[in-house]
Design a protein around this ligand. Structure first.
Ligand code: OVM
Length: 405
């Protein structure tokens, strides 16, 4: 995508704030405006270049040489600003430093390594679904009782965490995902708990804090083999704890919301429960739980004729790319009949979500359990969003379900 720099066009400018409450709550109109304005838009408020079309977002994601991550994947430029925590060895690193941590975690989270979890996760999902079916009626908060409850029941155990303090996981993730944005009110609201939450997460990354079976122990075993240094191991555990909880909670919530608003698609899943994984990916495309990430230009680079200067920040709108009508037919439709592969909800290229198989296994367990027992699901009130600078997230998802006979 690196073109000659001779003909440089001035990109359209926008003073919109993508991190303002109105856009976080309803991003669609901003996404459409940015896509339509051009392949590159200068966001004057932050002096960053925005990409909202699929083609350019995809191209930037796969070109890690030109669009680096080591200067931070949020608005803060680590060349000039001190990161709020030691940078992630995966997310905020480029090759060659990125490669060993990535290889280790990829093995640990690969489908063959996850097989031993499937049966237990299925049983847990069925328990949670039974509980909402036999509870105080069939009207309940699907965010709280399913989307939040299920990952919190299975993921910390899979990592091998102790039982104390697990309620810190979601606030810590929320804080980390807010920290990719500007220092707005959302970030300020997290500040009072930052030291406490960081200390707790840091302590859970120690070998002694982790049981002998989980992903955490497997990371430490990699250090024992020499595949990681002992200094790297706790930071790789930290990546699991940062990126593994809120993402799946809000991804599952997105999926449940999709079905509660598309009864025909629920019937399709009921008839063909093997569509559970495709359904989850389609929901990730449609809602894009991770809305945005930044990169930093390693050189003056021309994107569709606009020169982005070396050291400049690039804001990639994953959510806008995932609904680009130039890439997707009827992009606003949640549709199990489409092939959602190629969506950038998990990113693309060398940084593509290393935990995506864990997320898909969680989704498969929960959706399969629901599809077996639930005839119909619908909204029973207004869903409530939780605002976060990066995550398209939820506070409540009131639903009514009808048990299958
Ligand atoms: C990390 C990480 C990876 C992906 C997303 C993320 C907070 C964090 O390695 O810590 O978001």
């Amino acid at each position: 995508m690196t073109e000659t720099l001779h003909t440089s066009v001035t990109p359209p400018a926008s003073n919109a704030d993508p991190f303002a409450q109105e856009h976080l709550e309803h991003p669609e109109s901003l996404h459409q405006a940015l896509r339509e304005a051009g392949p590159v838009v200068h966001l004057t408020r932050y002096d960053v270049h925005a990409l909202a079309r699929y083609e350019e977002v995809h191209a930037a994601l796969v070109d890690w040489q030109t669009f680096q991550s080591a200067a931070g994947v949020g608005l803060a430029n680590f060349r000039h600003e001190k990161p709020w925590r030691p940078p992630s060895l995966l997310l905020e690193a480029d090759p060659p430093h990125h490669d060993a941590p990535r290889r280790v975690l990829r093995e640990i989270l690969a489908p063959p390594a996850l097989r031993r979890l499937r049966e237990r996760w299925q049983t847990t999902a069925e328990e949670l679904v039974d509980a909402v079916l036999t509870g105080e009626g069939t009207h309940f908060d699907a965010f709280d009782r399913l989307a939040k409850a299920f990952p919190l029941r299975v993921f910390p155990d899979a990592v091998g965490l102790g039982s104390e303090g697990r309620d810190n996981l979601l606030p810590y993730g929320n804080m980390a995902f807010n920290a990719f944005g500007p220092r707005n009110d959302l970030v300020k609201a997290d500040a009072p708990r930052m030291a406490e939450l960081s200390a707790w997460v840091g302590a859970q990354c120690a070998r002694e804090a982790l049981d002998e079976e989980g992903f955490g122990a497997a990371i430490w075993a990699a250090a024992d083999r020499g595949d990681l240094t002992p200094e790297q191991a706790p930071l790789v555990v930290r990546s699991l704890l940062t990126a593994g909880v809120d993402t799946t909670v809000h991804g599952l919530a997105a999926t449940l919301y999709a079905f509660a608003t598309h009864p025909d698609q629920w019937q399709r899943l009921r008839e063909r429960p093997e569509l559970a994984r495709v359904a989850f990916d389609e929901a990730v495309r449609w809602q894009s739980p991770v809305q945005t990430f930044f990169r930093t230009a390693t050189t003056d680079v021309s994107v569709a004729g606009t020169v982005i200067p070396e050291g400049g920040k690039i804001l990639m709108f994953l959510g806008a790319a995932n609904r680009d009508p130039a890439r997707w037919d009827d992009p606003d439709r949640f549709d199990l009949a489409r092939d959602p592969s190629g969506h950038v909800g998990f990113g693309m290229g060398i940084h593509q979500c290393v935990g995506q198989h864990v997320a898909r296994l969680e989704a498969e367990a929960l959706l399969t359990a629901l599809a077996r027992r639930v005839d119909h699901i619908e909204l029973a009130g207004e869903p409530r969003r939780h605002l976060n600078n990066t995550l398209r997230s939820w506070a409540a998802l009131p639903v009514r379900i009808r048990p299958a006979r």
